[in-house]
Design a binder for this molecule. Structure first.
Ligand SMILES: Cc1cc2nc3c(=O)[nH]c(=O)nc-3n(C[C@H](O)[C@H](O)[C@H](O)COP(=O)(O)O)c2cc1C
Length: 324
């Protein structure tokens, strides 16, 4: 057992979180994560309507008796989803933990805190983490530059970002980005984190509800095969390198605007990658950590392995460095 402030305050067995993942964070994966003793997050906006989210929460409860959370990501978008209704669905379904991401969490906190829902806010900088703490979130999850999805614009990797955050914050910190195994977990704890959040690693598990060909691609890809799209628009996202993401980077670097790449980056195309298993069909998220992933274990095998090896690492190799 690895006990931290996070496991104690959030009532989970292991200091491991499966972060929200668009099109991936569905009941099968989240329930498997919960059953393994880690904390899984359903991804609210993967469900087309708040009513569908209510059904997905119920489906997840059919698959596990353990607690799980919901991610609600608020990113700049042309036609915003009905966020308030998603929040209402989460609260009325009795969810006890929410992962917020993408923007200042004030509006989200106003809905969740009076209902007794704990909020883990995911951000990418110390200043945003401090702001979230000041607003009253219960924990922060901090994504380093390595992460899949939105790393922000500061480009600070976890090795600097996590200890910087630990120096400044009082609330529990979850280190996120670039973590796939026991080495990452132990390093994160040493840097001052109270737990870790993993995306890409959980995406590449048996229960992850995406096509096997995408998982296969993750096991083959190395750490250099990601692209940072939308850099010139200051809305950077780290995604798998393929012909589509490389074309988007090229066009935007050459001065194109969002309208010129809109069709290439369409969410529906990305979703088809996961459904049809053709990794060249559209944009899909993956982190540098894919270079450390070379198998597709069940979630339980993965979590058991990480926790077991973390203990061996602390009691063995690290303890031995304290020579007599
Ligand atoms: C396929 C995929 C989809 C993601 N979608 C979201 C999302 O909708 N909201 C969010 O807050 N983070 C999203 N993320 C980011 C993860 O929650 C997590 O912060 C990130 O993957 C950590 O980096 P790692 O992949 O190196 O572990 C996504 C990540 C992946 C791999």
């Amino acid at each position: 057992m690895l006990r931290t402030r996070f496991t104690e305050e959030f009532g989970v067995e292991h200091p491991i979180v499966q972060g929200g993942m668009q099109w991936v964070g569905r009941a099968e994966l989240v329930a498997a994560v919960a059953n393994s003793g880690a904390l899984g997050m359903l991804t609210a906006l993967t469900q087309p309507t708040p009513e569908d989210l209510v059904k997905e929460i119920a489906r997840c409860r059919d698959l596990t008796d353990k607690p799980f959370g919901v991610n609600l990501t608020i990113l700049p978008t042309i036609t915003p989803p009905p966020y308030a209704e998603y929040r209402q669905a989460i609260v009325e379904s009795g969810i006890r933990v929410v992962e917020t991401a993408g923007s200042n969490p004030a509006e989200q906190l106003a809905a969740f805190q009076p209902a007794g829902v704990k909020v883990i806010h995911k951000c990418t900088s110390v200043r945003h983490a401090l702001k979230a703490q000041q607003l009253g979130v219960d924990a922060v999850s901090i994504d380093g530059f390595e992460c899949a999805g939105h790393p922000g614009e500061d480009d600070i990797p976890g090795l600097v970002l996590i200890p910087r955050a630990a120096d400044e914050l009082d609330i529990p910190i979850i280190a996120s980005g670039g973590i796939a195994d026991a080495r990452g977990l132990v390093a994160a704890l040493a840097l001052g984190a109270d737990g870790v959040n993993m995306g890409t690693r959980f995406m590449c598990t048996a229960e992850s509800p995406i096509h096997d060909a995408v998982k296969q691609r993750l096991t083959e890809a190395d750490e250099r095969e990601t692209e940072l799209i939308f850099r010139p628009l200051r809305n950077t996202a780290r995604v798998a390198s393929n012909s589509v993401s490389r074309e988007v980077v090229e066009k935007l670097d050459a001065g194109a605007g969002f309208e010129d790449v809109r069709e290439l980056v369409a969410g529906a195309r990305g979703r088809e990658v996961y459904e049809r298993g053709d990794t060249e069909l559209g944009i899909w998220s993956a982190g540098m950590v894919q270079g450390l992933i070379d198998d597709v274990p069940t979630v339980d095998e993965l979590v058991t392995r990480i926790v077991g090896q973390a203990r061996e690492l602390i009691e063995g190799r690290l303890a031995r460095t304290i020579g007599g």
